[in-house]
Design a protein around this ligand. Structure first.
Ligand SMILES: [Zn+2]
Length: 241
């Protein structure tokens, strides 16, 4: 393919290649994840030295697009560059986890690129401004589960599809459970009202600030699914527990 112009991308990973070059992973609005060869990126005199860095959002052109292999970077400009100087320790830990997660998504790119790109961009923005840390991270992990085919039923009972008298979240069955379907209260049922309300909002843009212990409970639940259902283990998860 010839030159492809005006792509929107977020840099999610860099791997050294030869003496001066890198192979970068971009999450793009147009094609999902792509691998891009960036010549000369490691030279401080290179224009891409400050541009191609983790979490930077860029507009760029490729001299070659190869969706199943390696594309070739041509040029780009930054639209958002992160400033880490005033970031809290917790915000840094959340960003670290997000970066690790973005690198481990085993998605085959068959998802709504535009929507996931917006979610990712929004999450980076929230985390790097120290806003809604766990809520933003939880909503992001929820989307990651979703694009990998793990659906949580959070708008009705997972068993009878009734959307009233929800009394718990059944961890083993990936969804809410109503009072008619709840037969025994086992360890796999979460019944804390605040936690349920927070789970209910995972797929919405609404932030609730339900308190860090509630958000951490939800985080642990989502983290559990990443491990159990997708086999994704995140080293940086330990900093957030
Ligand atoms: Zn039910």
């Amino acid at each position: 393919m010839d030159i492809v112009k005006n792509l929107d991308g977020i840099v999610v990973n860099l791997v050294d290649y030869k003496d001066n070059d890198v192979i970068a992973t971009f999450l793009t609005k147009q094609y999902g994840f792509i691998q891009v060869y960036v010549k000369g990126r490691k030279k401080i005199s290179s224009k891409s030295y400050y541009l191609i860095n983790e979490f930077n959002e860029i507009k760029f052109d490729l001299s070659k697009l190869n969706l199943s292999g390696l594309s070739t970077f041509k040029s780009g400009t930054s639209t958002t560059m992160l400033d880490y100087t005033n970031l809290s320790v917790e915000a840094s830990a959340c960003l670290m986890l997000m970066g690790e997660l973005l690198n481990k998504i085993k998605s085959n790119n068959e998802f709504n690129h535009d929507a996931f790109y917006k979610h990712t961009k929004h999450t980076i923005h929230e985390l790097s401004s120290d806003n809604h840390l766990y809520e933003a991270l939880n909503k992001f992990i929820y989307q990651v589960l979703k694009i990998n085919g793990i659906t949580l039923v959070i708008d009705r009972c997972v068993s009878c599809a009734n959307n009233s008298s929800i009394v718990g979240f059944d961890i083993n069955n990936h969804g809410f459970i109503c009072s008619d379907c709840l037969h025994e209260n086992t360890e796999s049922i979460i019944s804390d009202r605040k936690v349920l309300e927070t789970i209910y909002l995972l797929d919405s843009d609404t932030y609730k600030a339900s308190g860090s212990s509630v958000d951490k409970t939800v985080f642990k639940l989502l983290y559990y699914y990443l491990k159990e259902d997708l086999g994704i283990y995140l080293k940086s998860g330990q900093y957030l527990y």
